[in-house]
Design a protein around this ligand. Structure first.
Ligand SMILES: [Zn+2]
Length: 117
């Protein structure tokens, strides 16, 4: 069984999160610091951000999973299946560090046999 390198997993989660956030923000991360935005500008920006989130549902879901995974690392609960609480195969976590379920439960989920959350 391969070891779970939490440090490496955390690094790839953080890197993936950065990538998703810049994708969801339309790569305009640097603009925000440039000047103090007026409220209207801010509202427009938030609005388009929400639209972006809606059209990028998969990306924003993945972002949530990544944040969850990072929280679980912080709480030292990382690596346990959210359904059956058994340890998730480290190979699977190395490939999909934001995985929430073990392979068994993931299969159940995909067959619609598992209630998510
Ligand atoms: Zn499970």
């Amino acid at each position: 069984m391969s070891e779970l390198n939490l440090k490496k997993i955390k690094e790839s989660l953080v890197a993936e999160r950065e990538l998703l956030i810049s994708k969801l923000n339309g790569n305009d991360l640097s603009v925000d610091d440039a000047e103090t935005p007026d409220p209207v500008d801010l509202a427009v920006r938030n609005y388009s951000k929400n639209v972006m989130l809606a059209v990028s549902e998969n990306d924003s879901r993945q972002l949530i999973f990544i944040n969850e995974a990072l929280t679980r690392i912080g709480d030292e609960e990382y690596g346990a299946c959210l359904n059956c609480e058994k340890p998730i195969n480290p190979k699977r976590l190395n490939a999909v560090p934001w995985a929430r379920y073990c392979l068994n439960c993931q299969e159940l989920l995909e067959q619609g046999l598992l209630d998510e959350d």
